[in-house]
Design a protein around this ligand. Sequence first.
Ligand code: PRP
Length: 209
Amino acid sequence: MSQILTVAMPKGRIFDEAVQLLRKAGYQLPGEFQDSRKLIFDIPEEGFRFILAKPMDVSTYVEHGVADVGIAGKDVLLEEERDVYEVLDLKISPCHLAVAGLPDGVIKDVAPKVATKYPNVASKYFREQGEQVEIIRLNGSIELAPLIGLAERIVDIVSTGRTLAENGLVELEHIANITSRFIVNPVSYRLKDREIDEMVERLKSVVGE
Ligand code: PRP
């Protein structure tokens, strides 16, 4: 008998693409999935329980084993460095992490301020560049920071580039390319290897189609 897999899904911008990929892989998912406010969906016919998490929390659920597998942005994996296996690049939701700021931004401070949702990624990046900065952690609307003088620069996701352009900011440095990844809890991989391998194979067959 097959065991149920608990799958942590990221709510928000990756969600629709992730659901589309699962459907392409042949999984029958209910229509209400996308529009509901429910946080847990049981789909026993497909052998799944889905939990709908904040994108930044997906790898936390998987590390703690309350989800066996999950779909998480590489940005989250770089920031959180959780103890999970990254087994497949799903190649969905492509974007990149970048340093941005005002086009004529003059940096006078000894340790200029950098606002970001990704304090670990940003600290590591500037350390590697040999630059001393002060990191200011924000939870969203990062582009506000240089506009109102909270920080000289930001580290954030750039997808279409619209948010930067519409706020008069420019990209200064490219940090890393990002796509969504299929991640697995190491213990689950031992205990539910058959179910997880099947899911990976089915996803593999539709990635990049
Ligand atoms: C993300 C990111 C940028 C924007 C980039 O924010 O933090 O602000 O999207 O996308 P673009 O290049 O296509 O404009 P999100 O919409 O997730 O909201 P947030 O500002 O609350 O983090």
